[in-house]
Write a protein that binds this ligand. Structure first.
Ligand code: NAD
Length: 485
């Protein structure tokens, strides 16, 4: 085993979980046994709650300008440890080293945003009637929880950690049991940055811990990122207990390619979007709608896909089950009459025979009722459907239950604007394959890709992680009394 057995992180210390139940953490890159992760019990979770509760009074009363000093230091520590964090990310998740570097760079940007929060939460004040002032301030919620998926071991935790904590909350995070190593490193950096013990805690585990988070009366808010199936369970359970909850789910993102699209740029963007992070991104292009005759672009997409080599510029998928699931989607599409233009099945990487790889796959002549057209595949696969008009393409996009992202490739500004208006997704790209809004813009989809109000990052997250206090004040008795004061 490459690393020591993973421990929980409670009250500033790494501590043994009370359970003997563990799972192996296997690297998808080459099958190396990296570590074991404990499946903690609700008793472990209670210990984390106790620590967070003890830390909350002092942390929440620390002025925000002081709280964000931790995140200035944290940002520099992320930069200093970028290589180590990126290597860990690649080992446990399987993405390429370059993709892991980009992931940590995004963490730096998220930490940077948190340092700007004092500028953004100044509140408002107004003399609402003679001598009477109303004023608002953002108060922390209390103890909050973050439940995260496997596909971004550092970035998704950092969607929530800096903002929630800088805004005065104490946090318990439950990492994905598939990629539990990176969060431990983040805890070390937060401590080195000066975060007081108990403000940030990690409890590893699976369903039992997620249920404890949703049920525990001391947890004030829950953020979740993962599949739609689990997002629905968590949203229902947390709100059933009257907690604030935002739950981000899965995706099926459509790219609409019009005949006037710039061929090379479109092909490069489509291929990069569908294959980046081995297709395991909630913003990945998964379905392409070819409007009219774009055969010349499809040909170039295939050329680009063939340049993507597993084990070199294409990482592994998370595990064997995932590899088999992706391959069975391709096989089913082929049986149902779709044409496999580039086939990524049965991929082996020399020297990494125990790694789990699927090559880039382009499937043409997919029809909207096929599983590859409707379901999230979460692999480096693009399913091409063909329509004659933009409205037919939009009808396909609108009919899918998800709504994370959609993109259009065209040189016609009016047409792009029309598609921005009509697409049913929270994040839209024009000639952009992965339309992730950068900070300070917020990240969040629509429909079955997100449950709850607001978004998880950026300015929108301020409303989620705080509650607004409104005070009305009068100091001068000569102002008199009327119905307004
Ligand atoms: P997942 O839903 O299987 O797991 C997410 C978290 O929920 C993990 O921490 C896991 O331990 C826990 N969990 C799993 N099953 C559970 C259950 N039955 N009850 C309670 N908790 C449970 O997701 P994943 O496979 O880790 O991640 C991939 C999914 O995440 C994809 O669907 C992807 O689209 C989605 N995702 C969405 C976004 C977004 O912003 N919308 C971002 C990243 C990933």
């Amino acid at each position: 085993m490459k690393y020591a057995a993973i421990q929980n992180y409670i009250n500033g210390q790494f501590v043994q979980a009370s359970t003997t139940k563990t799972l192996e953490v296997i690297s998808p890159v080459d099958g190396t046994l990296l570590s074991t992760v404990p499946l903690s019990s609700s008793k472990d979770f209670d210990n984390a709650v106790t620590a967070a509760k003890a830390a909350f009074p002092a942390w929440s009363k620390t002025p925000i300008k002081e709280r964000v000093q931790v995140f200035f230091k944290y940002k520099f520590l992320l930069e200093k440890h970028l290589k180590e964090l990126a290597e860990l990310c690649t080992e446990e998740n399987g993405k390429t080293y370059g993709e892991s570097v980009a992931e940590i760079e995004k963490c730096v940007e998220l930490a940077e945003f948190a340092t700007s929060l004092p500028q953004l939460i100044t509140g408002e004040v107004l003399e609402v009637s003679k001598g009477v002032e109303c004023r608002t301030e953002h108060a922390p919620l209390g103890i909050v929880a973050s439940i995260v998926p496997f596909n971004f071991p550092s970035m998704v935790p950092n969607w929530t950690i800096p903002n929630a904590i800088a805004l005065g909350n104490c946090m318990i995070i439950k990492p994905s049991e598939k990629v539990p190593l990176s969060c431990g490193k983040l805890a070390e950096l937060l401590k080195e940055a000066g975060l007081p013990d108990g403000v940030f805690n990690i409890v590893h585990g699976d369903v039992e811990i997620v249920e404890a988070i949703c049920d525990h009366p001391a947890i004030d808010a829950v953020s979740f990122v993962g599949s739609t199936k689990v997002a629905k369970i968590v949203y229902q359970r947390a709100t059933h207990h009257y907690k604030r909850c935002i739950a981000l789910g899965g995706a099926k993102n459509h790219l609409m390619v019009l005949p006037d699209a710039i061929p090379n740029m479109t092909a490069q963007n489509v291929a990069a979007s569908m294959s980046g992070c081995a297709g395991q991104r909630c913003m990945a292009a998964s379905a392409m709608v070819a409007v009219g005759n774009v055969d010349h672009i499809i040909e170039k997409i295939c050329d680009e896909a063939k340049k993507i080599i597993p084990g070199q510029n294409l990482g592994a998928v998370i595990n064997k089950a995932s590899q088999q699931r992706i391959e069975s989607y391709i096989t089913e599409a082929e049986k149902n009459g779709a044409k496999i233009l580039v086939d990524g099945r049965n991929t082996k990487v020399a020297g990494k025979e125990n790694g789990t790889y699927v090559g880039p796959t382009v499937i043409d002549y997919v029809t909207p009722e096929m599983s590859v057209a409707k379901e999230e595949i979460f692999g480096p696969v693009i399913s091409i459907m063909r329509t004659n008009t933009v409205d037919e393409a939009l009808a396909i996009e609108n009919a899918n239950p998800y709504g994370n992202a959609a993109s259009v490739f065209t040189q016609n500004g009016g047409m792009a604007r029309y598609i921005i208006e009509k697409a049913s997704a929270g994040m839209i790209g024009v000639n952009v394959g992965v339309p992730v809004p950068r900070e300070p813009f917020s990240f969040g989809g629509w429909n079955d890709s997100k449950f709850g109000v607001g978004d998880i990052t950026g300015k929108s997250s301020i409303e989620f992680w705080t509650k607004l206090k409104k005070s009305t004040t009068k100091w001068n008795p000569e102002a008199g009394i009327n119905w307004m004061s």
